[in-house]
Design a protein around this ligand. Structure first.
Ligand code: G6P
Length: 613
């Protein structure tokens, strides 16, 4: 979603702001812009309906020399992606403003401002904010007071960065529901939506809290809380190496992140398990008193994280014997529900900032839940700070919009949660637990083996480039993985794909199967094998093209499946198959997207961190 960068420095900042925007590209956007105050104290602005590199090109022909400024990548909500709707917005050549999030009462404010004689040049909700600040400034004559007065009138969840030509060495930042951090430098200070934007400049960050306003100067800054009181917030040192946010030898971040999955899982497990059991305190010291009381688990997430939650329901119910419900955050928030007794509320979010999931967490904290737990990949994110218990998945920075390594580490974390609840719920069976944990430790090696099938999967991909549709099927824990495989295909290759439980084929989707329909099936050995094979026969009988991931390759040498395309998979404990079988599906979507020439890392219309409802 939208990205904000702002700087007050002694050195020229245009290049720094552009570098910051490049680091925020992964969030997803469709236009970009920059505004500065130049040496003549004039407000200068450049905007493009397109990529940051186009803004950079525009800057090379019209350089902006300045020591302070703000820049933005816009993910369109109100108004089409166009130069006119791109940020920063300006009021009377005096104020410039960038915004992430939504201003819900913009129509009312717009009418009020039109009556006051303000002219609107865009279709955005954002433009109201800059005029409103200008309006209050004309009444009050003070920059900070004007921002405060405007913020008091703005409804919604958002973050702002704003400057005024009357104060050429100050940038004011506002956080109200959307993330904003301060980057502390030596005689220079910055704001950004995400620390990644500033990592090449500083490692010292302060995460603003909701309703905070920061007044940023060259040598100092001051944060004010909701009541307008000056407050201090903790400084965090981030030690992420720059190579973590570079593509290295890879053509795309997504491929790099797929290939990093063995080490991501190893790092997620490190220090958290022994040979026979999960260490008790890995969900925080408070978990040891809370978990034995848990009689129900409520899992909430969006997108790929929701698929991880769906897998976890199978694990929690079968391993810990605790009833478990799963719901997408945007549905959970807006319905009247019957709450289960002694329920643990768990949110899953790779970013820790997804607006709907965060709102669900905040809602749950007001309800009668036993406690809240977040499983997340971003330290310092809002959910990590607000949930009672937290678990960091340690997948490392994930830049590709389509989540891969964050997903498999979420699954790993959820399996650890199921095993922990099992231990606390006195369901543990030493032999089974030891076997599961041993296999979990072997998982990075097995994933490495599956990654070696990359070329074979790239060959499969050739058959998909002309396809309009695909069906993914699986049973049990592999049903959510079929959904995830289909989601990956949709997200980056723009092929319409559906995921189904294999047993549901005949209740609808079979009507779509003909000789042009590829059906991708996950078929591990085990109790459901025979049933899965019958489902594959249903597809074959209609001429559908079968693409099968299986550790039962011998079965597919028979005539019945002679024309099926097979990728051999290593055998492992049935409970661990969802993690392993995800890998080829990620690679398949990736190779199809590469062959189709789509923007793999930043697919159209999508965003990495969805900070609006
Ligand atoms: C967006 C991203 C997805 C992600 C989803 C939930 O749609 O593009 O990759 O799965 O948000 O994000 P979260 O950060 O809450 O896991």
């Amino acid at each position: 979603m939208c990205g904000i960068v702002g700087a007050v420095a002694k050195r020229p900042i245009a290049g720094l702001l552009i570098d910051g925007l490049k680091k925020l590209e992964y969030r997803g956007y469709d236009s970009a812009g920059i505004a500065v105050i130049d040496a003549q104290h004039q407000l200068k602005r450049l905007r493009v309906a397109g990529k940051v590199r186009e803004l950079e090109n525009a800057l090379s022909t019209q350089p902006l020399y300045a020591h302070m400024g703000i820049a933005h990548t816009r993910w369109a909500t109100h108004g089409v992606p166009s130069e006119q709707n791109a940020h920063p917005f300006i009021s009377h050549d005096k104020f410039a403003l960038v915004h992430n999030g939504i201003i819900e009462n913009h129509s009312i404010l717009r009418e009020k401002l039109l009556r006051e004689g303000y002219q609107f040049l865009s279709e955005t909700d954002t433009e109201t904010a800059v005029h409103l600040i200008h309006y209050h400034y004309t009444q009050m004559g003070d920059f900070l007071s004007a921002v405060r007065a405007a913020v008091n009138e703005l409804e919604g969840a958002y973050a702002l960065g704003v400057f005024s030509t009357d104060y050429p060495d100050r940038v004011i930042g506002v956080r109200q529901g959307a993330p904003l951090v301060i980057g502390k430098g030596q005689n220079e200070n910055f704001i950004a939506s995400d620390p990644l934007a500033l990592l090449s400049i500083t490692q010292q960050f302060i995460y603003l809290e909701d309703y905070d306003i920061v007044d940023l100067g060259l040598h100092a800054f001051q944060i004010y809380d909701r009541q307008g009181q000056a407050v201090n917030r903790e400084t965090h040192t981030l030690s992420v190496g720059l190579d973590a946010i570079e593509r290295g030898e890879y053509r795309h971040f997504m491929k790099k992140e797929i290939m990093e999955q063995p080490e991501a899982i190893a790092s997620c497990l490190e220090g958290r398990i022994t040979k026979s059991h999960v260490l008790p305190a890995i969900f925080g010291p408070k978990a040891e008193t809370i978990f034995p009381q848990v009689e129900h688990v409520q899992l909430i997430a969006c997108g790929t994280s929701y698929h991880a939650a769906m897998v976890a329901r199978y694990w929690i119910e079968s391993l810990a014997r605790i009833p478990c419900s799963v719901e997408v955050a945007s549905e959970f928030r807006y319905r009247e529900m019957a709450q289960s007794k002694n329920s643990l509320f768990v949110t899953l979010s790779q970013s820790g900032e997804t607006a709907d999931t965060l709102a669900a967490l905040r809602l749950a904290k007001k309800m009668d839940y036993l406690s809240s737990l977040v499983i997340c990949n971003v330290p310092g994110s809002t959910m990590m700070r607000e949930a009672d218990l937290h678990f960091l998945t340690r997948a490392g920075v994930e830049i590709g919009v389509a989540s891969t390594k964050a997903f498999v580490t979420q699954l790993t974390a959820l399996l650890l949660l199921a095993l922990t609840l099992r231990q606390q719920n006195k369901q543990a069976d030493e032999k089974i637990d030891r076997e599961l944990i041993e296999q979990l430790q072997n998982l990075p090696g097995l994933i490495q083996k599956v990654l070696q099938q990359d070329e074979m999967i790239a060959n499969w991909a050739k058959a998909f480039t002309e396809k309009q549709h695909a069906i993914f099927i699986g049973r049990g824990t592999l049903y959510p993985i079929a959904l995830e495989g289909a989601l990956k295909m949709k997200e980056i290759s723009y092929i319409h794909a559906e995921g189904y439980p294999s047993g549901e084929l005949k209740h609808g989707p079979l009507a779509l199967v003909d000789t042009s329909m590829p059906v991708i099936a996950t078929v591990p050995g085990g109790t459901l094998l025979e049933k899965s094979l019958s489902n594959l026969q249903e597809v074959r009988a209609r001429g559908g093209k079968l693409y099968v991931l299986t550790d039962q390759t011998h079965l597919f040498h028979q005539d019945a499946f002679a024309d099926a395309h097979i990728i051999p998979m290593p055998s492992l404990h049935p409970l661990l198959t969802p993690i392993l079988y995800t890998i080829p599906l990620q690679l398949l979507a990736y190779h199809v997207a590469v062959l189709k020439g789509t923007d793999v890392d930043q697919p159209r219309n999508l965003a990495k961190s969805v900070t609006v409802e």
